[in-house]
Design a protein around this ligand. Structure first.
Ligand code: AMP
Ligand code: ZN
Length: 112
């Protein structure tokens, strides 16, 4: 499959890894919008948040627990944003589910 994040998981494309286990990979965004900008992805290809089903509950819970761990480890545990753009209209450019962890600077209250 022609998916840049699947290629990062397989090692075909290099990445700056922050965390990895059998289900999850976290790596630094290549084009950071804040001092801390990390992407957390499931290793299984899920196209977007719109494709998550109830049977993915354990995986998604694991991802969010890891997001909290990573934010603490990065020193942004007291203030960070988790974003998942879902669909082209919402700005999604890579169609493999990912959660942005953004922090390390003052974040605007605007969500749109
Ligand atoms: P989105 O626009 O929400 O789909 O987010 C995709 C993100 O992936 C963007 O913030 C890109 O900067 C990031 N990105 C794209 N290719 C790479 C790559 N090879 N390594 C790290 N981050 C990437
Ligand atoms: Zn993929």
């Amino acid at each position: 499959m022609d998916c840049v994040f699947c290629k990062i998981i397989s090692g075909e494309i290099p990445s700056n890894k922050v965390y990895e286990d059998s289900d999850i990979l976290a790596f630094r965004d290549i084009s950071p919008v804040a001092p801390t900008h990390i992407l957390v992805i499931p290793k299984r290809h899920i196209a977007s948040a719109a494709e998550i089903t109830h049977s993915d509950g354990e995986l998604i819970g694991k991802i969010f627990a890891k997001i909290a761990d990573i934010a603490r480890a990065e020193g942004v545990g007291n203030g960070f944003r988790v974003v998942s753009n879902c669909g082209e209209t919402a700005g999604q450019t890579v169609f493999h589910l990912h959660f942005h962890i953004i922090g390390g600077r003052e974040l605007s209250r605007s969500l749109g």
